[in-house]
Ligand binder design. Structure first.
Ligand code: SF4
Ligand code: SF4
Length: 298
């Protein structure tokens, strides 16, 4: 029998891969090339992780691949998503991607489980081409969210993208790192993404209870388990079984949590209720949201 929702464990996996086909000016991994030995290691690590997921049938697992660079240009990420999507104890397998790679392989995946967190990078791809990829995903019945980094120079493109996307596709806006938003800017971006308020300022998190380390963990290629990508101290390892005893409620030890893949687990924000099954691929459960604004979280 497949495990139930109360046994949920969310895993954010990041292997050594750190290369990308795009050249975004705001990214340290732009046009980076990984040497063959690193790619071989990334592939082997992912294979080992997939084997662990396959064998760990007593938890309901949801996996988000968060590579430093782009994963879907590599066959091993595509194959792993297809493979994991068919396992009965896997509720979700998703990946952060620039959506540059072809999407046809997803026809082999279980569309109830496989999903994409896709980011549109104006300047790296034309809007038409990006929208073409979105149409392919809609045709395949694959769940996906689309996002844009909220830099001032992206605003016009984001507006045009929102207008061209069907209303059922959620467009999120990430606050640009280091950018302080005026009230007017915040309003402009919130008009595109009603949940922009969650991203626009870092969340004070020190001492607050967080699901990270209890029902959500970050996993590195060698199996190192940490609470989240933002607290580097290991709490165990996936492959020696120490992760099981390590899972427990803990307060956050960082002053701030400013990344969506972190603060979605911060308990006082109740964002698991907002996203529910769409937590990892960033699709609010009630999208499109009702017109009236949501009560502020803080
Ligand atoms: S697509 Fe993503 S990983 Fe690649 S350069 Fe742009 S921001 Fe970086
Ligand atoms: S609040 Fe953020 S930084 Fe703190 S434990 Fe949770 S995910 Fe990690």
């Amino acid at each position: 029998m497949a495990p139930e929702a109360r046994d949920d464990l969310y895993l954010l996996y990041r292997g050594p891969l750190a290369s990308c086909n795009y050249d975004c000016p705001y990214c340290p991994f732009a046009k980076r090339v990984d040497p063959p030995e690193l790619l071989r290691a990334d592939r082997a690590d992912l294979e080992r992780f997939a084997g662990w997921v396959e064998a760990t049938t007593d938890r309901r697992l949801s996996v988000l691949f968060t590579p430093w660079g782009e994963g879907l240009t590599r066959s091993w990420y595509r194959d792993t998503i297809v493979r994991l999507s068919h396992l009965p104890h896997v509720a979700r397998v998703a990946i952060q991607t620039n959506l540059a790679a072809r999407t046809g392989w997803l026809s082999e995946a279980n569309p109830q489980v496989a999903a994409l967190w896709a980011t549109y990078h104006p300047g790296q791809v034309t809007r038409d081409r990006f929208l073409g990829r979105c149409r392919e995903l809609l045709g395949l019945g694959i769940r996906f969210s689309i996002g844009v980094v909220g830099l001032p120079e992206h605003h016009a493109e984001a507006v045009a993208l929102r207008a061209a996307l069907p209303p059922e596709v959620y467009l999120w806006i990430n606050a640009a790192e280091g950018h302080v938003y005026t009230a007017e800017e915040e309003q402009r971006w919130t008009a595109l993404d009603p949940l922009f308020g969650d991203s626009v300022r870092p969340h004070a998190s020190l001492g607050l209870p967080c699901h990270a380390g209890e029902t959500a963990v970050s996993v590195l290629g060698d199996g190192t388990v940490r609470r989240c990508h933002f607290i580097k101290t290991p709490i165990g390892n996936l492959y020696d079984g120490t992760w099981r005893a390590a899972l427990q409620p803990r307060p956050c030890t960082n002053n701030l949590c400013d990344c969506h893949i972190g603060y979605i687990h911060l308990k006082p924000l109740h964002l698991r209720d907002v996203y529910a099954d769409g937590l990892l691929e960033r699709i609010p459960v009630a999208w499109p949201l009702p017109a009236q604004p949501r009560p502020a979280h803080r």
